[in-house]
Design a protein around this ligand. Structure first.
Ligand SMILES: Nc1nc2c(c(=O)[nH]1)N[C@H]1C(S)=C(S)[C@@H](COP(=O)(O)O)O[C@H]1N2
Ligand SMILES: [Mo]
Length: 309
């Protein structure tokens, strides 16, 4: 079955519940006043946006993490990564099907780009979410500089793997490290795809993937690979960590989609982390493509999103 790519504004009014994330434009424009960098939450668009997309606090964003190289508990990365992960010096290798392969010192890799602050929703495949004020620059900058050849169809990413720094504790079955991710070239070149260097205007903390990570806000969080050391242009779809580990449960595309459940849980709603609430979160509806459908749905036109999950 082809899932129709729908705009938020197409949602029939019968689906609009008090809890709903869909609100009308007038209401949203009123509600959005004062939220910085709101463009990338979808403001200014003639469609709806979720209620209450207040950025999460520094404390929430830096203490509740997934970074399995430093342990599988949500608190493990904050406990283990800052003292262990060495981020200076840092080298990023750009290679594969491109005219300008190179090994960059991080400073030289970042220097040509204009750094901006962008607030994005982050939706984990485990059905929790946050709103994060990232700092970074468009991935397309790096792709343009590398000049991929006509044969390049995908971009593969690798995280640092150093067992000395990364205890990988208590983790069975073992992952085939390094952590790997990938995007189709057109997804990677989309202006929303961000290479992240900071958070709340500060340097990126180790637990959030210092010194360089990806933020692809319309996809499940595991696509947003941390602590990147290698970017490779490929002709074939590159193997990615979770799709390799458990192909039945995690796909290459991993687009946020409330209509395609995980085999073991529903993806219709999510737990928005909110430490002001009694249980540390509140339940909200999940939006198709995490609310970025107007920007990116065209990338998937004609694709069966149940098959390409
Ligand atoms: N190298 C690496 N990158 C990773 C992960 C990981 O375990 N290792 N976890 C992913 C998952 S599942 C999520 S939800 C996000 C979490 O990012 P955050 O901790 O900054 O919120 O990082 C992603 N990037
Ligand atoms: Mo995740």
């Amino acid at each position: 079955m082809i899932i129709k790519i729908r705009k938020n504004s197409d949602v029939p009014s019968s689906e609009i519940t008090p809890e709903s994330i869909y609100i009308d434009r007038r209401k949203f424009l009123g509600a959005s006043a004062g939220i910085g960098a709101a463009t990338f939450l979808g403001a200014g668009k003639a469609h709806a946006a979720p209620q209450d997309d207040e950025p999460n606090t520094w404390e929430e964003i830096t203490s509740y993490n997934n970074f399995y190289e430093f342990g599988t508990g949500k608190g493990d990365p904050a406990k283990n990564a800052p003292d262990r992960l060495i981020t200076d010096p840092w080298t990023v290798k750009v290679d594969g099907l491109c005219n300008n392969p190179a090994d960059y010192h991080l400073e030289d890799f970042i220097k040509p780009s204009t750094i901006e602050d962008r607030t994005y929703r982050l939706r984990c495949v485990e059905a929790w979410s946050m709103v994060v004020p990232w700092r970074g620059f468009p991935l397309v900058d790096v792709i343009d500089r590398a000049e991929p050849t006509a044969a390049a169809k995908y971009v593969a990413f690798e995280t640092l793997w150093d067992p000395e720094q990364m205890p990988e504790r208590n983790w069975r079955p073992r992952i085939d490290w390094p952590y790997r991710e990938g995007l189709r070239l057109d997804e990677a070149m989309h202006p929303l795809s961000l290479l992240v260097t900071g958070l709340y205007g500060k340097d990126l903390p180790a637990q959030n993937g210092a010194p360089l990570r990806l933020a692809v806000p319309w996809k499940y969080g595991f696509k947003s690979i941390k602590s990147i050391v290698r970017i490779t242009f490929t002709e074939d779809q590159p193997p990615t960590t979770w799709a390799t580990q458990t192909p039945r449960e995690y796909g290459f595309y991993s687009n946020v989609n409330p209509d395609v459940d995980h085999p073991r849980w529903s993806q219709k709603t999510e737990k928005r982390i909110d430490s002001s609430k009694l249980f540390g979160s509140r339940r909200i509806d999940t939006q198709f493509l995490n609310g970025y459908a107007d920007e990116v749905a065209h990338l998937y036109e004609g694709m069966d999103l149940r098959k390409n999950f």
